[in-house]
Design a protein around this ligand. Sequence first.
Ligand SMILES: C[S@@+](CC[C@H](N)C(=O)[O-])C[C@H]1O[C@@H](n2cnc3c(N)ncnc32)[C@H](O)[C@@H]1O
Length: 272
Amino acid sequence: MSQVNLNPQGQQMADESMVRTLAAQIEAIWPQEQRLIERYRLPDEARVLDVGAGTGEFSARIAAAYPQAQVTGVELLPASVELARSRHAGMGPRLAFETGDAFNLAQPDDAFDLVVNRHMIQSVPHVERVLAELVRVTRPGGRVHVLAEDYEMLHMMSGPLDPDVFWRKGPVEYAMRTGTDARIGRRAWTLLRAAGLQDVRVDYVVVDTLRVPRQVFADIIAAWRDGYTEPMATAEFPPALVRTHFDQIVGSILDPEHYAVWFVPIASGRKP
Ligand SMILES: C[S@@+](CC[C@H](N)C(=O)[O-])C[C@H]1O[C@@H](n2cnc3c(N)ncnc32)[C@H](O)[C@@H]1O
């Protein structure tokens, strides 16, 4: 049996702050992401699988945007599945949530027009095994859509502490310590091609202080602060300093004279 922890952020994913993170992230990202999905020209009765669905924010939005689609959200954490079910019960049987493991999906081969994985591969090791599963369950000609975070694609003025130092010493080094890659966004094109997809491209959702309400952008960072300050801290980078960095970044985003941006890579490809 593998000794590697396949879910090193399990505790953070189960924290109440993650519910806030996911709610603010979808509010910031969905309006731009929806336009990317429109380019796939999904059939009206599209079969959509959302892997690592969390609280079902994306699953619910795509089900609403495609009123005849059948959407299934698969999520490792039973509590998140329960929350997703109770929050989105109004959609009826067209939108279903189930517990499942992205490393070993229960879904059959070649079954979905669109397979989605968002905000997950930065938090797990052996990403190539997850991508192989996403490709396996996609029908030939169907699309795989992966939102792959990269914690060195956040830029802000902040100050007096340097936010560039923070993103490196905080999330990037934390991920290295847990066998994951917090800069996986820049590797996503290569990984999707290696998984056998064609027409692989990378588009960016631009979460910035011009396109997204400042409060929503700030809520994302504040929720990350509340969930990740302790795990990111080390003896050399203590919790109080991590928190001060986060607070200065939140303050900068809320400052009407400051500009801040988070480039969010979305890699996609077609199964041959
Ligand atoms: C940051 S959340 C993103 C949730 C959702 N995709 C969204 O965009 O709102 C990542 C989710 O992936 C789930 N996850 C992690 N490893 C998983 C696995 N092996 N199989 C299924 N879900 C997993 C976590 O429990 C968490 O809910």
